[in-house]
Write a protein that binds this ligand. Sequence first.
Ligand code: 6PG
Length: 257
Amino acid sequence: MVCELMIKANAANLAVTAADIFVKTAKDCVTRKGRFAVAISGGSTPRATHRLLAEEPYRSDIPWTRTHVFWVDERCVPEDSQASNYGAAKKDLVDRVPIPPAQVHAMTGEAFPEQGAMAYQTKLKAFFRADKGGLPIFDLIFLGIGKDGHIASLFPGQQALDEKEKWVVAVKGGDPNLSRITMTYRVLNGADHIVLLVSGKEKAAVVKAVLEEKHTDLPAQRIQLPNGKLTWLLDREAASLLSNQRGTSPFVSKKNA
Ligand code: 6PG
């Protein structure tokens, strides 16, 4: 796995870099294969990036008619709830860009999370043509990380971390503590490129633990992309406890040497 560490001065610069990666990947993918499949996270960190993507110069530079947006996880709440990942991205991004509605693949399962998870898996299998032996290969996935090391809704100590077959599962946990639907590593680790967006000093300890302590078994350490690239995109505060701030972290380079 190729791993890179990018450290930006502040949260605003981090959002600009993330938006640049989104645009470049979208254009490259559409040129190479006619479509761009991206999965986005919830939480507060990606919201600035989503808003930038809906503004010029980004908005006009993205081939929206060839772009498919998926979610890595969702809280099982109504779409107009403050906790809804889809609801937030709809407001920040989806409603403000010319993406065909059929290419916006929200996770639904407010009342029945298990059924919602199964339905999303079916949707992914059809999209990636799994019936013809296809694998879930996202062109780009944006993830955030919690202070406890979770990514998507894969929380420490939960069974979902060891799921090897299912692509999408229902879980309960997090903050807010809710029923949720989440992609599993089966999907995440198939990606071509994952960008982990991390901002703020309250995340500095977990960033250090994931990147520099080898055996913590934090969920973020299980991101292993055999055929892809992992970019840690941090702001200076989130990177402030790292001993190596100049490039690939010791943890990642050792583990993947
Ligand atoms: C969710 C997320 C989750 C999030 C992290 C970081 O729906 O809760 O997808 O994995 O990315 O908790 O969240 P913040 O960006 O708010 O710190």
